[in-house]
Design a protein around this ligand. Structure first.
Ligand code: ADP
Length: 163
């Protein structure tokens, strides 16, 4: 079976991520979308919240599984017998960063984990979780960037934070 991992912070998932998930799900028999539970970063959404959003987003994609993990992505790959990672590319700036990570992952996995890149759909090329959070924090419209349930979750978060 042809399986792949799409790892990320997904804080929160945007329509850009969702587009990559949908397209990758058509290329592999099984796609595992895994939220990185990074103890070094303070995300806006907890790991559970980020997983719930991804579960909602992928409920109509039977070959997509959602999970979360801590530690090195290549360790997660090895533990789950995964040898392909999917990552999205928006611009040249993404490329430099992603190239370095992909080469590092290949090296530290003893050439067992390769990365496949999907280029963003042009309509989402400007989209990032950080800009979405910033716009939402100031009460701006993010309806073109995230699904409605993420928009509500963002509104709820910033309502709570402002109190
Ligand atoms: P990271 O895993 O680096 O913390 P994210 O969770 O934001 O970052 O993104 C996970 C993956 O999705 C990365 O490969 C990133 O380049 C890609 N990605 C993020 N936003 C978009 C977008 N709008 N279009 C395509 N790919 C994207």
């Amino acid at each position: 079976m042809n399986r792949a991992l799409y790892p990320g912070s997904f804080d929160p998932m945007t329509l850009g991520h969702l587009d990559i998930i949908r397209r990758a799900s058509l290329m592999f028999d099984e796609l595992i979308v895994a939220v990185l539970d990074n103890t070094q970063k303070t995300p806006l959404f907890s790991t559970d919240e980020r997983v719930k959003i991804l579960l909602e987003a992928t409920k109509d994609m039977p070959n997509v599984r959602v999970d979360s993990f801590r530690g090195l992505t290549v360790d997660y790959c090895m533990q789950n017998n995964l040898h392909t990672m999917v990552r999205g590319l928006r611009a040249v700036t993404d490329f430099e960063y992603e190239l370095q990570i992909a080469q590092t992952n290949r090296k530290i996995s003893d050439n067992k984990v390769d990365t496949v890149f999907l280029t963003t759909d042009l309509q989402y090329s400007y989209l990032s979780s950080s800009t979405v959070k910033e716009i939402a924090m100031y009460g701006g419209d993010v309806s073109h960037s995230v699904p409605p349930y993420v928009e509500s979750a963002l509104k709820e978060k910033f309502k709570v934070i402002k109190r």
